[in-house]
Design a protein around this ligand. Structure first.
Ligand SMILES: [Zn+2]
Length: 344
């Protein structure tokens, strides 16, 4: 007898198992088990928390945080949501993953300590890959086909700091762009940014967009910590998105209704990134949210071994507002220094 042909579907199914059933109604809080055989646990698995809320008819939204383990507003807001969301109050389905890269979250690091992989460059994932790639493959193959919209909450982590913003990519499909833009505005962050990435391949963003679905991301602060203000933005943004998608009843809360300045719609020009060419001590000369002119230094770098030498100035290349900056004061060539955005 020849060997049976492997079942193509079985061969493409995720090796990750879940304790939740995304087709079941009600509230389920469980985990994914990602096989991870190792010296200290022969049949071990890495657990990644997941919650599913389903009721009635309506769209499915995927809410993720901890894609990078050292970015915290989203992780906290989603843990609050898991404890507070009443499944009978929703129409549709809410899938919540507050620690998408579980091992990175447990280690308080951007990348997984197990395989060193950046979750946001691991999509669409690999079925038989390392732990991070298997999680990405599960999300891509088992969740995204059922998802209408996704929100992935980031912050600057330990090395960057952002003025709180919701962000989308510029998309070629005008219909998808309009729906994505409306979802970004519903989030009601201080800034709504149409972003041009330095490197978009392998991102969860790109994976969802390529499926023709709405994707919104955020950068809500940074430095590996949170503030009451940035957590409030995250919590309100999640509730607003659920209302915008009609999964929760009611209208999104606008910034104006809270007595806050309206959302500033911005974009990143090609020349908006300021990158270090020198190693040394970074002195920011412009704070977040301050206006800059093209040619105006936003930072300068002191060579550690040349105390008598003048620092090297890093000018903005365009007029705009500084919305992102390095958080660490030691930089190397190639490090991100600042991001200048312009009004759309
Ligand atoms: Zn991130």
């Amino acid at each position: 007898m020849p060997d049976a042909k492997p079942d193509a579907r079985a061969a493409s199914r995720s090796k990750v198992s879940a304790t939740v059933d995304i087709e079941r109604s009600g509230r389920q809080v469980g985990h994914l088990a990602v096989p991870h055989s190792r010296d200290d646990s022969a049949w071990g698995a890495v657990r990644v928390p997941i919650a599913v809320f389903k009721n009635g008819k309506g769209p499915t939204v995927l809410l993720t945080a901890g894609n990078h383990g050292d970015e915290y507003e989203g992780q906290i807001a989603l843990r609050k949501l898991i404890r507070s969301l009443d499944p009978s109050a929703i129409q549709g389905r809410v899938i919540v993953m507050p620690a998408l890269n579980g091992p990175a979250v447990e280690a308080g690091r951007r990348l997984s300590p197990i395989d060193g992989v950046n979750m946001n460059r691991a999509f669409p994932g690999i079925r038989d890959g390392s732990v991070t790639r298997m999680i990405a493959h599960y999300v891509h193959s088992e969740l995204l086909p059922h998802v209408d919209a996704a929100l992935d909450m980031h912050s600057g982590g330990k090395t960057l700091h952002f003025s709180p913003l919701a962000a989308i990519h510029a998309l070629d499909d005008p219909g998808l762009m309009a729906r994505t833009r409306a979802a970004m505005l519903a989030f009601a962050a201080p800034i709504a940014l149409v972003l041009r990435e330095l490197d978009a391949e392998g991102m969860l963003d790109t994976a969802v967009e390529d499926l023709g679905k709405v994707f919104v991301s955020t950068e809500l602060g940074g430095g590996g910590t949170t503030s009451t203000a940035t957590i409030a933005i995250a919590e309100r943004g999640v509730q607003n998105l659920l209302k915008h998608l009609a999964i929760l009843a009611g209208r999104p809360e606008t910034r104006e209704s809270l007595g806050l300045p309206p959302t500033r719609l911005m974009r990143t020009p090609d020349q908006g990134y300021v990158i270090a060419d020198d190693a040394g001590l970074l002195e920011m000369l412009v704070d977040l949210d301050q206006k800059v002119r093209a040619g105006q230094p936003v930072a300068q770098v002191y060579r550690l071994d040349r105390p008598s030498e003048a620092p090297v100035a890093y000018p903005a290349r365009v007029d705009g507002v500084l919305i992102g900056r390095a958080h660490q004061c030691l930089v190397k060539p190639g490090d991100f220094v600042g991001l200048v955005a312009q009004a759309e």
